[in-house]
Design a protein around this ligand. Sequence first.
Ligand code: SF4
Length: 189
Amino acid sequence: MGIEAALANNDMFLCTTLQKAVNWGRRCSVWPMPFATACCGIELMATASSRYDLARFGAEVMRFSPRQADLMLVAGRVSVKMLPVLQRIYQQMAEPKWVISMGACASTGGVFDTYAVVQGIDQFIPVDVYVPGCPPRPETLMEGIMAIQRIIDEDGLPPSSGKRQPLQIAIQPTHDVKTQPVPLTVGRS
Ligand code: SF4
């Protein structure tokens, strides 16, 4: 029975707790703040496209204002010069808020083992979910967002006491790497 059919029947009622209702609303309307600095950002954009349709999870409303976002999505390498900007935006987001580190660069610096690139954003802001890959596929990012939703369901927000700790969950890759389906030839065969 859909919600419209249930509402048409005036005799029906639901019993729940206020906390469950609030968390249900939160999990179904996670609004990401995209901090996309490199190629992972393209996969992030693809996740919102019609092929993957992030709207099915209620998380397609990208907000470019921290006051309207509750999920910081860091996609790509973060240079030392950009780090204060990242921290400032994170601090400006209201609680409760969550952080996804998307891709090898955001989580570890990736192949950019240089003095100019941050070797893991979790040294500077708390990360809840790490999405692996270079870049991660859109399905893997969705796994990360669903992990956040499960956390919201179970978390019992706001926490009964103290500050919430970063959850530091690592998503498993969702696909097996297969061999190239078509043999590649270079130049004349
Ligand atoms: S993890 Fe790979 S795809 Fe993502 S920003 Fe780094 S180099 Fe680009």
